[in-house]
Ligand binder design. Structure first.
Ligand code: BV8
Length: 257
């Protein structure tokens, strides 16, 4: 069991607005490899930064499509884990809850979270390179790169590659929420990819309590008021239980004679 600091529960219980930033560590317990140690087997020869770029796609579209097809198969077999379920529960317990995810697997939405900002897109969608038209589903095998249905160009996964801008609306909404929140969680991310990792610093500068949940320390750990070291699938349910217990005891005090 991971002890949950009472000060964390108190800050959460009195927060009007909470922001959660998640990274691939939250999906690790669902069997989706984390981004930097995803390179098992076939992919151990490549760094993700060498595959998730427009240059890699232009240089070798088949290699990039094969990588995404491999990852999509893993995502399709994955189910939300107790960490995802706890975040969906937490959204119901907080007045204003914003979940900014770097993950592209859609597991937060499948777990029931509603206010989700896909900071880096979604691997299960394609879009046209040229005109940003999003195509639901994904391109199967066949000609690579697959042509857009309207013949205007080629399809690519609807994700943000390195060197590409974050979708403007996602960027603006995320930074605005970070500036407004009282508690900011950074969960299961190595906090090295920008501008996502910068959200935590914006929140701390605006006076928020930073809570980090990770199996390992990261560059953010020194900034965190609470660093809970361990798997998010175990720690997050504990936080929700503690928050509910606090709410229950507050109600008892209010209603007790
Ligand atoms: C941008 C979608 C403006 C694709 C991803 C040079 C040229 C160009 C840009 C740059 C440059 N130098 C730096 C940059 C900026 C660059 C960047 O940050 N690079 C890094 C590598 C230094 N950023 C960008 O390019 C961004 N755009 O800046 O535009 C611009 C434009 C042009 C020029 C300059 C600037 C766009 C970045 C988006 C990249 N796309 N994903 C795809 O998925 O295929 S990023 C990718 O990394 C994933 O989205 C992933 O989510 C994200 C972050 O990784 P993590 O999620 O943190 O995963 P990681 O494996 O690293 O860590 C997992 C963590 O979980 C670990 O800490 C582990 O301990 C923990 N963990 C494991 N298990 C558990 C756990 N924790 C809890 N419980 C567990 N069970």
């Amino acid at each position: 069991m991971h002890p949950i600091p009472p000060a964390l529960v108190a800050a959460l219980g009195s927060a009007q607005s909470v922001v959660v930033l998640t990274g691939s560590g939250v999906s690790a317990e669902s069997g989706v490899p984390t981004f930097r140690d995803a390179q098992t087997g076939l992919w151990e020869r490549f760094r993700p930064e060498e595959l998730a770029t427009p240059e890699a796609y232009a240089r070798n579209p088949k290699l990039v499509w094969d990588w995404y097809t491999w990852r999509r198969d893993l995502v399709r077999q994955a189910e939300p884990n107790p960490g995802h379920a706890a975040l969906a529960e937490l959204e119901k317990l907080v007045a204003e809850f914003t979940l900014v995810t770097q993950n592209v697997d859609g597991l937060h939405q499948r777990a029931g979270n509603r206010n989700v900002i896909e900071f880096h897109g979604n691997i299960m969608r394609d879009r046209c390179f040229n005109d940003e038209t999003v195509i639901a589903g994904w391109a199967g095998k066949g000609e690579l790169p697959p042509p857009c249905p309207d013949g205007t160009g080629h399809l690519r996964p609807d994700v943000v590659w390195f060197g590409e801008m974050i979708p403007q609306a996602a960027l603006a909404r995320s930074f605005e929420a970070a500036e407004r929140c009282q508690v900011f969680f950074s969960i299961g991310t190595s906090a090295v990819v920008q501008p996502a990792a910068g959200l935590a610093e914006v929140a701390v500068r605006a006076g928020a309590t930073l809570v980090e949940i990770n199996t390992n320390p990261t560059p953010l750990t020194s900034l965190a008021e609470h660093f809970l070291q361990g798997p998010s699938g175990e720690i997050l349910p504990g936080i929700v239980r503690a928050l509910k217990a606090r709410a229950g005891s507050n109600n008892d005090r209010r209603t007790s004679p």
